[in-house]
Ligand binder design. Structure first.
Ligand code: ARG
Length: 657
């Protein structure tokens, strides 16, 4: 049972007839920050009293008189200016723990009204190496899928891979001009990756040559503006001078940014110029940018040679991504990439034009949206379709195929505008009752506060990232094991397996524990810390609980079946029990806002309360047989809650660390 939701319902009933819509008031019932004020607290009597023009304490007393919670709470207390404090009956808590212990689902009820969700996550552009940016979408999406499914919803996990974009034009061009056949035969994906990077670089070189003079001009114009602003004598008016100073600082910062882009461009051009082989290639392929677009267009038009190459390239690229998913333990129900929708795009555009939702402007088919300055372009002047066209076709297909209640797009925040436009266009197209959500997330930063890159300035490949996390986890595990009082206990092979679980768990947890909308700073040391809000700490807590059972030679299943009861005599036992029973609240909250960090925060709290319990309440040496059994039951529910919670984050546990 979700205790908070139950209390809110009870309050809703007691508020009937007092004031208007109680939703806002009921939202002010919350878990207490301090056990002094009970387990839950309702703080709405103050604003309500104000609204009614009555003393809040009187209002609180009136509501409490009507409130019926005595089946699971002690009599509510009105304190201070009108706080209503609620304390759960300890006997009820103990019985609820017993019920949770007896249930496979730890007492979590499935959703009363199951919904159908399509979760669109991971979605890398294939044939480009996967990098650190892809981990967030993959891990957040996977966790939402697991959690929604656990709560009884129907979830369709659909990997909308980018398998039809310009990167294929690049690779096709590279294949036709720069292929190292032997390398391709032995390691296809690596050779394709090399071709992609090479062509991308050459395209970048020529485009850079074109922008260089423009950028230089912009910079000198900006510098002139700065100089002019700096020379302007003060006006003597405080406000105006302040504004002038502000404008100067702004101009300076723009000029600084331009200078640094220019410097970066000059460096990258100079790198090519300095490399005789590369600069010779650049000279021999001056039209490469246009040629790449032409190869892409030919592919889209069904050119047999390009289509054949595309069909040849795709499988090894997908197999490469699949290896990463396998290691991450991430699966999808469907992988319907952009190419799948190709044949549907024309009819989408026709339909939107026919119904007047789109119209042709400057030769391009556009959906103009209320409140948006730029339209969503669905067909370019040259007849090419765009990302948004595919996304509209995808919505149509998903609705026809699965009739979802909601589609969640787990995609980084830089695509916010795209999704705003897409959702508005979809609603205009008639998808009004469909919940469309951009589950946006921030950037992964290095410790310098800039987007996470390798030392050489490349984005970090996902495979290498996993290897490094596992390597470091191996050190952590080995050090811990070597330091055990009775000597090391874990075999080398087992250490390697544990390192995989700990390393990958750490990586995932570090990501999921963030407020997803902020950027976060990547740090192996922090994510593998034995103490703190990390998977490692949680996995360690789990293994510690299990070790009690093995040390005491207790079989948890048999104990549960023995009819032993739970007794919450000590305050830390009670606090742990309350935490364990709040699992349902944490899950509902995580799903309501599509934020897995509510779940990580919850598990951290459970682990902390367990730790206080463990320090203060001897388990195997408990004062009586009954208390020993009761404490073991609390240990058992703790372990199962941690394991279940981590599983919903896509993180495994080990029985020994
Ligand atoms: N492939 C895209 C990218 O890497 C993400 C696709 C997200 N899903 C979608 N339906 N647009 O940027």
């Amino acid at each position: 049972m979700n205790i908070l939701a139950e209390l809110q319902n009870r309050f809703r009933a007691s508020l009937a007839g007092i004031g208007d819509d109680p939703t806002e008031l009921v939202a002010m019932v919350r878990p207490s920050q301090d056990p002094k004020f009970g387990d839950y607290q309702a703080n709405f009597a103050m604003p309500l009293g104000k609204r009614l023009g009555r003393p809040p304490r009187d209002v609180a007393a009136e509501i409490v008189a009507k409130l019926s919670v005595d089946d699971f709470c002690d009599p509510p207390q009105v304190e201070g200016p009108g706080f209503i404090n609620l304390r759960l009956k300890t006997s009820w808590l103990a019985a609820a723990v017993e019920r949770a212990l007896a249930s496979d689902r730890l007492g979590i009820e499935p959703a009363a009204v199951p919904r159908t969700y399509v979760v669109d996550y991971s979605a890398p552009n294939v044939a480009k190496p996967m990098h650190v940016g892809h981990i967030r979408s993959t891990v957040i999406g996977d966790s939402l899928k697991r959690t929604l499914r656990f709560l009884g919803h129907r979830v369709i996990a659909d990997n909308h891979i980018g398998d039809w974009g310009t990167q294929f034009g690049m690779i096709i061009y590279g294949y036709k001009h720069f292929l190292d056949r032997a390398a391709y035969q032995s390691k296809a994906v690596e050779e394709l990756g090399r071709l992609y990077r090479l062509v991308n670089r050459l395209v970048g070189y020529h485009e850079g040559q074109e922008t260089l003079p423009k950028l230089r001009e912009q910079l000198s114009a900006q510098r002139a503006e700065v100089a002019k602003a700096a020379k302007t004598p003060p006006l003597g008016d405080k406000g105006a001078d302040k504004n002038a100073a502000k404008a100067l600082r702004r101009a300076e910062s723009i000029s600084k940014e331009l200078a640094s882009s220019l410097a970066a461009l000059e460096t990258s051009l100079a790198e090519v110029d300095r490399d005789p082989a590369l600069s010779a290639l650049a000279r021999r392929h001056p039209e490469i940018a246009r040629a790449v677009l032409a190869e892409t267009a030919k592919l889209h038009q069904g050119d047999p040679e390009n289509l054949r190459l595309w069909r040849e390239f795709l499988p090894p690229c997908l197999a490469d991504i699949e290896r990463i998913y396998l290691r991450l333990g991430v699966t999808f129900d469907y992988t319907l990439g952009e190419s799948f929708y190709h044949d549907r795009l024309e009819s989408v555009v026709d339909d939107l034009l026919r119904s007047g939702i789109a119209r042709v402007s400057d030769g391009a088919a556009c959906v103009f949206l209320a409140g948006q300055t730029t339209p969503l372009i669905i067909r370019k002047q040259d007849g090419a379709f765009l990302y948004g066209t595919t996304d509209l076709a995808t919505i149509e297909y998903r609705v026809q195929t699965w009739s979802p209640d909601a589609i969640l797009y787990v995609v980084d925040h830089r695509q916010s505008l795209h999704f705003e436009q897409l959702f508005a266009a979809a609603r205009a197209w008639g998808y009004k009752d469909l919940e469309l959500q951009h589950i946006s997330f921030g950037t992964v930063l290095g410790d310098d506060g800039r987007p996470f890159k390798t030392r050489s300035g490349d984005t970090v490949g996902l495979g290498g990232l996993l290897d490094e996390a596992v390597r470091r986890a191996h050190q952590v595990v080995s050090q811990g094991d070597d330091a055990k009082p009775g000597g090391a206990e874990i075999s080398p092979e087992r250490r390697q397996q544990i390192a995989e679980v700990v390393g990958i768990g750490a990586l995932k947890y570090a990501d999921l524990a963030q407020n997803r909308t902020s950027d976060y700073m990547f740090s192996y040391d922090r994510m593998l810390a034995m103490n703190g809000n990390t998977a490692t700490y949680m996995q360690y807590a789990y293994a510690r609980v299990l070790s009690i059972f093995s040390k005491g030679e207790v079989d948890a299943g048999a104990l549960r079946a023995s009819g032993a009861g739970v007794d919450l005599a000590h305050p830390v036992e009670r606090a742990l029990a309350l935490s364990l029973l709040q699992f349902s609240e944490a899950l509902d909250q995580a799903v309501a806002e599509y934020r897995p960090n509510f779940l990580t925060a919850y598990l951290f709290e459970v682990a902390n309360r367990y730790s206080s319990f463990f320090e203060q309440c001897p388990v195997l040496k408990a004062p009586s047989e009954a208390s020993r059994a009761s404490r073991l039951l609390l240990c058992d529910l703790t372990a199962r809650t941690l394991r279940q919670g981590l599983e919903l984050l896509g993180i495994q546990v080990v029985d020994k660390m």
